[in-house]
Design a binder for this molecule. Structure first.
Ligand code: TXA
Ligand code: MG
Length: 319
């Protein structure tokens, strides 16, 4: 029932893009690749289609969606104002893995923003996402996974979560970054980092000065933050020393994801944080079928490491 459209990320086939864009315009859901993770897309102006996203994912009703655009012209009608700081960040980081939260215009339905007066907007750099949005117009999309599961970073992940529930999945191979975009709220002063990502706090602060993080704030302002997230179906344990941690689980089948080889049943060795970010959700999904517990080596919480640890702590129900 779900059709896979294989589209090149280097040279997206026009006829296939047209087919996917037509489906979006007709109110259907299409899973599509971005450079961070795969998205589950619907026409951002079609409330019926937006409702389908929540249903298909099992997404809590109070968790808003990101609107994806392909050009700066599409931004203006969606927002009340474009603050100076936004212009600076857009100039530097769009298209790319940075989502900015603005005050929303009337044109944006509260179905998209889950009742909020603000809207999150992102311009992906992935060629397939860009070509698709150029043809269909703005696309509202969360990550293309069942709510609470690891985000889909390959079409096969999307297929295993959503097969039979949506008409099309675009397959353009593995996502480059592997973790979701940085989310920065520009409606507060100073701006608030709601979700760390590949665009780091340090990079943002160099351009617009000090920002606060959600840890500094008293209550969660990004509704998505309060839910279970990124979790495989088996426990995830974080450790500075995976080989040491293994000793506690002698009678279990364990998988380790670490910077060096361990004596675990499945020992996955990664080279650096970039590779860890790219592979983490894929490894969660592979290991959950082979072992009973996953031990992941902690990384220093700076730059990309901050984004990775944010996901890992949530997956381990520790954050
Ligand atoms: O990389 C990404 O951002 C991927 C790709 C598909 O673009 N999308 C993604 O969407 O990760 P999702 O829905 O899984 O996560 C969006 C996050 C949620 O934590 C949500 O609460 C937050 O953004 N968010 C969306 N709109 C918001 C708003 N108006 N104010 C505060 N947070 C918002
Ligand atoms: Mg998500």
């Amino acid at each position: 029932m779900t059709q896979i459209l294989k589209i090149s990320s280097v040279n997206p086939e026009k006829t296939l893009i047209k087919k996917a864009a037509r489906a979006i315009k007709q109110g259907e859901l299409v899973a599509f690749p971005t450079e961070t993770v795969y998205g589950l897309g619907a026409d951002a102006f079609n409330t019926k289609a937006i409702k389908k996203i929540f249903k298909v994912k099992g997404r809590p009703q109070d968790n808003p969606l990101i609107v994806h655009i392909s050009s700066e012209n599409q931004l203006k009608p969606l927002v009340k104002e474009i603050p100076e700081k936004a212009k600076i960040l857009i100039d530097k980081f769009w298209p790319g893995p940075l989502t900015l939260v603005f005050k929303k215009s009337k044109k944006v339905s509260k179905k998209v923003t889950a009742g909020l007066e603000t809207v999150a907007i992102r311009m992906p750099s992935h060629k397939v996402a860009k070509s698709l949005i150029e043809k269909s117009g703005p696309i509202a999309a969360p990550s293309a996974n069942i709510s609470g599961r690891p985000s889909g970073t390959h079409s096969s992940h999307v297929h295993s979560d959503l097969n039979g529930k949506i008409p099309y999945i675009i397959d353009s191979g593995h996502s480059q970054t592997g973790i979701e975009s940085t989310v920065l709220d520009l409606t507060t002063s100073p701006a608030t980092l709601l979700r760390p990502g590949k665009i780091t706090r340090e990079q943002i602060e160099t351009l617009i000065g000090r920002i606060s993080t959600i840890q500094d704030a008293k209550k969660p302002r990004s509704p998505g933050m309060k839910y279970k997230h990124y979790s495989p179906s088996i426990p995830v344990i974080l450790s500075k020393n995976p080989e040491q941690a293994l000793k506690k689980y002698k009678n279990k089948k364990v998988g380790t994801i670490a910077f060096s080889k361990t004596s675990a049943n499945k020992s996955i060795v990664i080279k650096n944080t970039k590779e860890l970010a790219k592979r983490i959700f894929d490894l969660f999904r592979k290991l959950e079928n082979k072992v009973e517990i996953i031990i992941v080596e902690r990384v220093p919480e700076k730059e990309l490491g901050a984004a990775i640890m944010n996901r890992l702590k949530k997956a381990a129900h520790k954050g």
